[in-house]
Design a protein around this ligand. Structure first.
Ligand SMILES: *Cc1c(COP(=O)(O)O)cnc(C)c1O
Length: 396
């Protein structure tokens, strides 16, 4: 048996060791790390809402009125007015009958999946789905079938298999809309058609699409016109919405089931009311003309970065989101590139196994609405200098 120290040494020897970095400044595009000022291209605060005054004002007001903590779980006595207001606002924004908040997106995944499927049911999940969706699938004790990333043929053969072998069971398809480490999107129209054909349930995690895609920023499902066909629209309040927490948007009966069954909801303290109030302000911001403008600025920045990356690598794929990965491959090489960029004043940590597959280490570059064109140009210039050769890029 390895000691813990030996285990850590082994992680280090494979260039897979990670550690926490203290940032002394608020979240933003210029941060200060160990006494060094850096341009930040790694956050998920795509619209810059984490530092938006309207959110801070809403939080402060709720803090004055409701105090800091919710004091109990939602079903005991932790459901305060800001929670109800938020869930109503979110459901109206997403055009669903109801919505439910969790302490994190991670908790939302665990609770929702485990509420809907159990031991004798079947989950069919995209290979690149987020770790919380994989953990949720395992915890549910359902039979889990994985299909290769975005592979509709394999998804359908798993659906056929489930119909033959588990005719009485619930079948739940799980995917992300925008994938967190590749920034590409799922073929949602086709997945919805398959879900209907086989009468399966569908959970779509819109963590990296809400606030970014769709005419009103409701996500990829809105953009593709399939939102009303998705049984569970999951998301986080911690990315474009700039706060913290998770949610499920669904029909009234589905939400009622989660309230009664989701262990991560039932056995967990309610989100602080000030965060629920800030999240309401975030959704209102995204839904406002100012939100539309912010989204347009974000897309301008995405296209500008995409253009810059194509000047380094002409084969760089079209960006589908604010995540533009720079695939390096080897873990050690990715660490070296991240270190060189750090020396040049950029914060873009290398993403390695187990977050992505072995040998597909990358810099996960994210861009947001508050980046300036000059900041994006500076990054592309540094990256071009450090990677003069065309790099291998992600498929699709
Ligand atoms: C970040 C993320 C989550 C988890 O959300 P948290 O609120 O951070 O727990 C879930 N799914 C995806 C795709 C994510 O990127």
């Amino acid at each position: 048996m390895l000691t813990v120290a030996e285990q850590l040494a082994e992680i280090r020897s494979r260039s897979l060791h990670r550690s926490l970095r203290e940032i002394a400044t608020p979240q933003g595009n210029e941060i200060e790390l160990v006494g060094k000022r850096l341009l930040n291209f790694s956050s998920n605060d795509y619209l810059g809402l984490a530092s938006e005054p309207a959110l801070a004002d809403a939080a402060r007001e709720a803090l004055d009125q409701y105090g800091v903590g919710a004091g109990a779980s939602r079903l005991v006595c932790g459901t305060l007015t800001p929670h109800i207001q938020f869930e109503k606002t979110l459901a109206a924004f997403k055009r669903t009958e109801a919505a439910l908040t969790f302490s994190s997106g991670h908790a939302a995944a665990l609770g929702a999946v485990q509420s809907l499927v159990g031991k004798h049911d079947v989950i069919i999940i995209d290979k690149l789905a987020h770790a919380c969706l994989i953990d949720a699938s395992r915890l549910s004790q359902a039979v889990v079938r994985v299909f290769p990333h975005n592979h509709l043929g394999k998804l359908e053969s798993h659906l056929e298999w489930a119909r033959e072998n588990h005719p009485e069971s619930r079948v739940l398809i799980i995917t992300e809309s925008i994938f967190s480490m590749d920034g590409d999107h799922a073929p949602l129209v086709e997945i919805v058609a398959l879900k209907q054909k086989y009468q399966a349930y569908l959970l779509v995690d819109e963590a990296h699409a809400v606030g970014i895609l769709g005419a009103h920023g409701r996500g990829l499902a809105e953009k593709l016109g399939v939102a009303s066909k998705i049984d569970l629209q999951m998301g986080t309040l911690g990315k474009a919405l700039g706060v913290s927490g998770g949610y499920i948007c669904a029909s009234r009966v589905m939400i009622e089931l989660l309230v009664n069954r989701a262990r991560s909801f039932i056995f967990s303290t309610a989100v602080p009311p000030m965060l629920a109030a800030a999240a309401t302000a975030a959704v209102n911001f995204v839904a406002s003309p100012e939100g539309d403008e912010r989204r347009k600025t974000l897309w301008h920045n995405i296209r500008h970065l995409e253009k810059g990356l194509r000047q380094i690598n002409p084969n760089y794929p079209a960006a589908a989101s604010a995540i533009l990965p720079w695939i390096v491959g080897d873990e050690e090489d990715a660490l070296l590139l991240a270190r060189s960029l750090f020396e040049e004043g950029f914060h873009i940590p290398a993403i390695r196994y187990p977050t992505v597959a072995k040998g597909s280490a990358r810099l996960r570059i994210t861009v947001n609405a508050r980046h300036t064109t000059a900041q994006i140009d500076a990054l592309c210039k540094a990256l071009g200098r450090l990677c003069p050769m065309p790099m291998e890029v992600a498929e699709d």
